[in-house]
Write a protein that binds this ligand. Structure first.
Ligand code: ATP
Length: 289
């Protein structure tokens, strides 16, 4: 039996540069993985199956982990099965790439269980067919992602940074946010080159001068609760940014008192936690029993 961590990610920058004829968007993003993670357990079995303890996560081929398993089995030509069990800790449809991360961890786990010995590059070529964020999730850590999100440059990131994360109780469909984005009207683009320099120096203080997520402009009018979350961060003196297409919002290195005060004020059906930056995936993220 294999167990793996499937880490959540946040975007320290999310810029959209153009819309391609095939409907995908050209992006320029800085991704950062978090300690917050789903647990993925993979056991040998005759058939392929997936189970998840979260009611909003499907247990069939709509599940990204299951799609990853089917694709890998088909592409490698093997006939073995596996039982994949997801212990959901990452809020669902929250802009934290939970499904993409489950898919990436499944590819890594099955590569071991089925003794395929595929390289990370070969797995990444398969991963992009599942979703644009899945190649990033294979590697994790701090990275710049361009193209549709699949062209990755690993970055030096601060070795330690706390993250206050809040997800209000609303599911945001990523496709709807991208569709409603008016590229020519975007006012505030993140300064991605300057962010790369900041992260290289480990300088998180003042990062809000350069960070940004252009999807905030599209998401906030449609989901006013996201603006409420940002207002709440503001009341505690914290600069905040939406992750992905929302609705999750985060602040970096909050003073302990502000973090505790804000978490105590959250409605019971919202998710909130204090987590931290996670370095790129390593051997400790998987264990064999
Ligand atoms: P992204 O930021 O990559 O758009 P997200 O964090 O906003 O992703 P997910 O949590 O990945 O969103 O879920 C998006 C949708 O995918 C949900 O509606 C959910 O039903 C479906 N889904 C399929 N597989 C999974 C999975 N393993 N975990 C979570 N959601 C999944």
């Amino acid at each position: 039996m294999l167990t793996l961590k499937a880490r959540a990610k946040i975007n320290l920058a999310l810029d959209v540069l153009a819309k391609r004829p095939d409907g995908y968007h050209e992006v320029d993003m800085i991704m950062q993985s978090l300690e917050l993670a789903d647990g993925i357990r993979i056991e040998p079995a005759a058939e392929l199956s997936v189970a998840c303890d979260h009611p909003a996560v499907p247990g069939d081929e709509r599940n990204l982990a299951f799609r990853a398993a089917l694709l890998l089995r088909e592409s490698s030509g093997i006939t073995a099965g596996a039982r994949i069990v997801i212990d959901k800790k990452i809020p669902v449809a929250a802009g934290l790439a939970g499904g993409s991360s489950d898919a990436a961890a499944t590819l890594l786990g099955l590569n071991r269980l089925w003794k395929l010995e595929w390289s990370e590059e070969r797995l990444a070529a398969l991963a992009v067919r599942i979703g644009a964020d899945v190649p990033y999730c294979l590697h994790g850590g701090t990275a710049r992602a361009t193209g549709i999100g699949e062209k990755l440059t690993p970055l030096a990131g601060p070795s330690d940074c706390r993250v206050l994360l809040v997800t209000p109780d609303v599911a945001v469909p990523t496709a709807r946010i991208y569709q409603s984005l008016r590229l020519a009207e975007i006012r505030n683009h993140p300064r991605v080159d300057r962010l790369v320099q900041r992260l290289k120096w480990g300088a998180v203080a003042g990062i809000e001068a350069d960070w940004g997520n252009v999807l905030e402009e599209a998401a906030l009018p449609q989901f006013p609760v996201i603006a409420q979350v940002k207002e709440l961060f503001g009341r505690f003196g914290l600069a905040s940014l939406m992750s992905g297409s929302g609705p999750s919002v985060f602040a970096l290195n909050p003073p302990a008192e502000a973090a505790a005060g804000l978490l105590a004020r959250l409605p019971g059906n919202w998710f909130g936690c204090l987590t931290r930056f996670q370095a790129a995936r390593n051997e400790q993220d998987a264990s064999v029993k």
